[in-house]
Design a protein around this ligand. Structure first.
Ligand code: 2P0
Length: 331
């Protein structure tokens, strides 16, 4: 058995995933589209070895128990079944950005463990198969296996074999595209996406409307990406994020990730647009606001952000590459 290390980038959805049709296989109610983010990544080392008598998972230097460990064990079990082995493993993963603060750390981690674990078990899978394994770790991870712009196809099959991330365009297709993630708090969020989305599917009265409108958003964003039509992609992505949070607000009990700082940004960005600075916002399962813009406006936006005291830090990302293995191991 060997030790392998993989690096995978986070992603930000331009058309969001929110709700499962199968919780065990992590099959979504709707397809989603994301951009893989250069520089916001997880590095994961996996070693299967008889010297381990149980699976061990270390995240950012801390040994994990309960939920986080269980999620890793479930991915290891899938890989062990596929490789026909019983060997226990040690997994160590480091994120270079805050975990569980709405920056899709589970996406980068899920993609990195899928690649590192399969390689360490002696398997050499296609991106499609890796994406399916990553999906079963965390839905959004299915989109971080590929680089550039990715659509997670919801699929129709019961077994999930047609539900994986498919590249729409490579990272070099639209090199001017930027996401500026503004970090407004580094505190962990109270409601995990997994729990929140299940409640929305269960009792949000507007969930049907969300599903009825999603194909139009997907079509426009997919076409907008291919044509590099920034206005369409930005407008639809922003509206899609507002719709997502409207679903969250109207779920019982209400899921409100927004902080006063979040709302401040939600007001500011359209004002900047009116002043001729074309940028849009998107928000995920947390309070952070991500700004969608083009390279030419990054300096001006950074200047304006530097005057906002509530912003703790920012990360500027261009479209990033697919998950890959690297030589440097974490242990
Ligand atoms: C997304 N989010 O499309 C949406 C938008 C959060 C808001 O994917 O239960 O951590 O592991 O499948 O992938 C967060 O959900 O949930 C997410 P699981 P995941 O990016």
């Amino acid at each position: 058995m060997m030790k392998f290390t993989a690096i995978a980038n986070a992603n930000i959805a331009l058309v969001k995933y929110w709700g499962k049709r199968n919780k065990e296989l992590i099959l979504p109610q709707n397809s989603s589209i994301s951009v893989t983010l250069d520089g916001l990544n997880a590095v994961t080392t996996v070693e299967f070895d008889d010297k381990y008598d149980k699976d061990i998972f270390i995240l950012n230097g801390k040994e994990q128990t309960e939920n986080e460990l269980e999620r890793v064990i479930s991915t290891l079990n899938i890989v062990r079944d596929l490789a026909n082995i019983q060997t226990k493993a040690k997994v160590s993963s480091n994120n270079n950005f805050p975990t569980a603060a709405g920056l899709a750390s589970s996406a980068a981690g899920g993609a990195a463990i899928a690649l590192a674990a399969t390689k360490a078990a002696g398997l050499d899978f296609s991106k499609e198969k890796l994406s399916i394994i990553a999906r079963r770790n965390s839905g959004s991870a299915s989109r971080s296996v590929e680089g550039g712009f990715v659509e997670w196809l919801k699929g129709e099959k019961e077994d999930g074999s047609d539900s994986f991330g498919k590249q729409i365009a490579i990272e070099d297709h639209w090199p001017e595209f930027r996401i500026i993630a503004t970090i407004l708090t580094t505190k962990e969020k109270k409601i995990k996406s997994r729990v929140g989305m299940a409640k929305t599917v269960e009792n949000c009265p507007y969930y049907k409307c969300w599903l009825a409108s999603i194909d139009e958003d997907l079509d426009k964003v997919r076409k907008g990406i291919l044509e590099k039509d920034f206005t369409t992609v930005g407008q639809i992505a922003e509206q899609n994020a507002i719709k997502l949070h409207a679903l969250m607000f109207t779920t019982k009990p209400a899921i409100i990730y927004w902080l006063p700082e979040t709302l401040k940004m939600v007001h500011l960005i359209p004002e900047w647009r009116e002043q001729g600075l074309e940028c849009y916002f998107t928000i995920d399962g947390g309070p952070q606001v991500k700004i969608i813009c083009l390279e030419k406006d990054v300096e001006e936006i950074k200047k304006r952000l530097s005057d906002i005291n509530e912003i703790k830090e920012i990360h500027v990302s261009k479209p990033g590459s697919a998950a890959k293995t690297i030589e440097e191991h974490l242990f």
